[in-house]
Write a protein that binds this ligand. Structure first.
Ligand code: SAM
Length: 280
């Protein structure tokens, strides 16, 4: 008969009570306490046994436990000192699997700490979530990024902006940045009532994996192009791109009608225009 090797841990509600972890709004704290839900989130990246992983904001450690149960070697960065004793207990329960860094994830070099190939998994604090995502997406791809996958909880509106397709209201620079060399999808919608305390809005877990053969384009060019195009998203491209050297010529070469507006231009079309700008 198989023996369950999972360590016995106190319920998360007890951890919160014992360590006085009342949620702080300033730190974007909305905790997940349903262990089945947490196991489902930790399963999204695929098998994690012995894989390096990186978590932002473990808090009382619900998602952290689930990632550890999946067998990952995890580095977790937490800004709230109150959580450290509870996380130290988790380190003891999963010997050699968890290293906690006390600090601000915006200041931590995740690549140096978690190592090449790490899966980044987090229920992100809403106030720094988008900035962290942009940092991970903007890292050097050579031809792939240092991380293997991103599994990140966002407010639904942000999740929709990440996975949006051309033509929709949510489509903009974030969608292009996430999708031009990554595959981005909403892996799970999470009701606000799953959190303690419940936030005002619904949430979703976004899963992003690097495309095996990413386009050969300079990130800087694509950024300048989408900044100009979406800076005036209601205007025709002919107008919004006229100040950007080479953009209108590239648009013509790509046979894209300059009367179109940015929100109708697909990710592939933006990439093609940027590629032609790079070559001009
Ligand atoms: N992972 C826990 C869960 O799912 O229940 C907590 C998630 S809660 C939405 C966000 C966590 O990020 C909190 O524990 C908060 O203290 C932490 N946090 C907020 N800002 C941070 C920052 N800049 N760097 C690291 N952690 C941060």
């Amino acid at each position: 008969m198989a023996t369950d090797m999972r360590p016995t841990l106190p319920p998360l509600r007890e951890v919160i009570a014992t360590h006085g972890l009342q949620a702080s709004k300033a730190l974007g704290q909305n905790f997940l306490l349903d262990e089945q839900l947490l196991d489902r989130i930790a399963a999204i990246p695929g098998p994690l046994a012995d894989a390096p992983a990186f978590e932002v904001g473990p808090g009382p450690g619900g998602l952290t436990r689930a990632i550890l149960r999946a067998g990952a070697r995890l580095v977790a960065v937490e800004r709230d000192h109150r959580c450290l004793p509870a996380l130290a207990q988790l380190s003891d329960a999963f010997p050699g699997q968890l290293r906690v860094i006390s600090g601000d994830a915006m200041q931590v070099d995740a690549r140096a700490e978690a190592g090449e190939g790490a899966h980044i998994i987090a229920n992100l604090p809403y106030n720094v979530g988008t900035a962290l995502l942009i940092g991970w997406l903007s890292t050097q791809w050579n031809p792939l990024p240092w991380w293997s996958s991103l599994t990140l909880m966002f407010q639904m509106e942000v999740a929709e902006r990440i996975v949006a397709k051309a033509g929709g209201d949510h489509y903009g620079r974030l969608a292009v940045l996430a999708q031009w060399r990554g595959d981005a999808r909403i892996a799970m919608k999470v009701h606000r009532s799953a959190f303690t305390p419940p936030p005002k809005v619904m949430s979703a877990v976004v899963h992003i994996t690097p495309k095996p053969a990413p386009a050969d384009v300079q990130l800087e060019t694509l950024e300048r192009l989408t900044a100009a195009a979406f800076g005036q998203r209601r205007k025709m491209l002919r107008q919004s791109l006229k100040g950007l050297p080479g953009a209108l010529a590239a648009l013509e070469m790509a046979e894209i009608d300059p009367q179109r507006r940015a929100e109708t231009v697909s990710v592939d079309e933006f990439v093609e225009v940027a590629r032609l700008m790079d070559r001009s």
